[in-house]
Design a binder for this molecule. Structure first.
Ligand SMILES: Cc1cc2nc3c(=O)[nH]c(=O)nc-3n(C[C@H](O)[C@H](O)[C@H](O)COP(=O)(O)O)c2cc1C
Length: 292
């Protein structure tokens, strides 16, 4: 028997009337009658006491009552399974978000995203929530031909910070510029004349950065954003073309994952979730002398 027909039998047992059972199931009364007929044929027993007319339901026979108990079990099991499948499906939909990890430049290799893929990643970033649609951020791509010049700037910045930096330190600084297959500077670029408060613009930029990393991940790339102290260096910022009101949030490395990052625990929603309780807030307000 089909699951719908089992539902019809269960509804008939509940409503004790063909027409009402049909309404409850959003079906035609003939569907309910047909379900009874199909069940009787399948089990080779009379399940409903004889009657004439659609709405004259005279109750189930003893065998019918037993079939109803069985049908209820089938429907409950089916619905429980359906709910579990539904939950699994929802989780699967969210998997790209749930499984994203940052992948360090050491674990990335070529190829990185090509121009078309970078464009797509930026489209993803531009879909992030953004008060006033200001896109208060921009990106600077450091293409292959410019990596040498960038490496020099990184080494010079390292020396400004640490005049005694070793050759190894300087080599590491240069590698931060040369190693990633694709390297993008993420610049927060607040629109100072806008009515949208600066903090909301920074949040919008952060949301865009999150989308950018997720977009790269969903395209199958590994990515990470790293700032480090060089992002706070005004000379470097100037050399990279940043304006006075802008700041460098970090450098985004993107490439093919050569080696998966080591497993890492992650926070659960309980760490950030709470339900507002007026009495707690009111107690706080009363303590602060704000009681009405
Ligand atoms: C703007 C920004 C700058 C970051 N800079 C650094 C950094 O300089 N060094 C670092 O180890 N992690 C930095 N992180 C954190 C990593 O990018 C990464 O998010 C962190 O290691 C957690 O890994 P996960 O993304 O796999 O959870 C930065 C994150 C953001 C959003």
């Amino acid at each position: 028997m089909k699951i719908d027909q089992l539902r019809y039998l269960v509804a008939l047992a509940r409503e004790l009337d063909f027409a009402r059972a049909a309404v409850a199931c959003d079906a035609a009364p003939t569907d309910i009658v047909e379900a009874v007929r199909a069940a009787e044929e399948e089990f080779g027993k009379r399940l409903v006491r004889p009657a004439t007319g659609l709405s004259r339901f005279k109750g189930f026979t003893e065998e019918g009552e037993r079939i109803i108990v069985w049908a209820r079990g089938c429907v409950d099991d089916y619905d429980a399974l359906h709910r579990r499948v539904g939950k699994a499906r929802k989780r699967a939909l969210l998997l790209p978000l749930l499984e994203r990890r940052s992948v360090s430049p050491k674990r990335l290799m070529a190829p990185g995203p090509d121009a078309e893929e970078i464009d797509l990643i930026l489209q993803g970033a531009l879909r992030s929530p953004d008060h006033g649609r200001l896109h208060p951020w921009r990106v600077v791509e450091f293409q292959a031909a410019q990596r040498g010049a960038l490496a020099l700037l990184f080494a010079q910045e390292k020396l400004r910070r640490d005049p005694l930096a070793s050759q190894r330190d300087l080599q590491l600084a240069r590698e931060h510029a040369t190693r990633p297959p694709v390297l993008i500077g993420f610049v927060v670029s607040p629109k100072v004349r806008s009515k949208v408060p600066a903090r909301e613009q920074w949040l919008a930029a952060g949301a865009a950065l999150g989308n950018l990393l997720n977009a790269a991940h969903q395209l199958g790339f590994g990515a990470i954003v790293l700032s480090g102290e060089r992002c706070f260096d005004a000379v470097l910022a100037g050399a990279l073309g940043l304006q006075a009101e802008e700041f460098l949030a970090g450098f985004v490395s993107i490439g093919t994952v050569a080696e998966a990052p080591p497993p890492q625990g992650h926070a659960f929603p309980g760490a950030v979730w709470s339900a507002w309780a007026p009495e707690v807030q009111n107690a706080g307000a009363a303590r602060a002398g704000l009681g009405g």
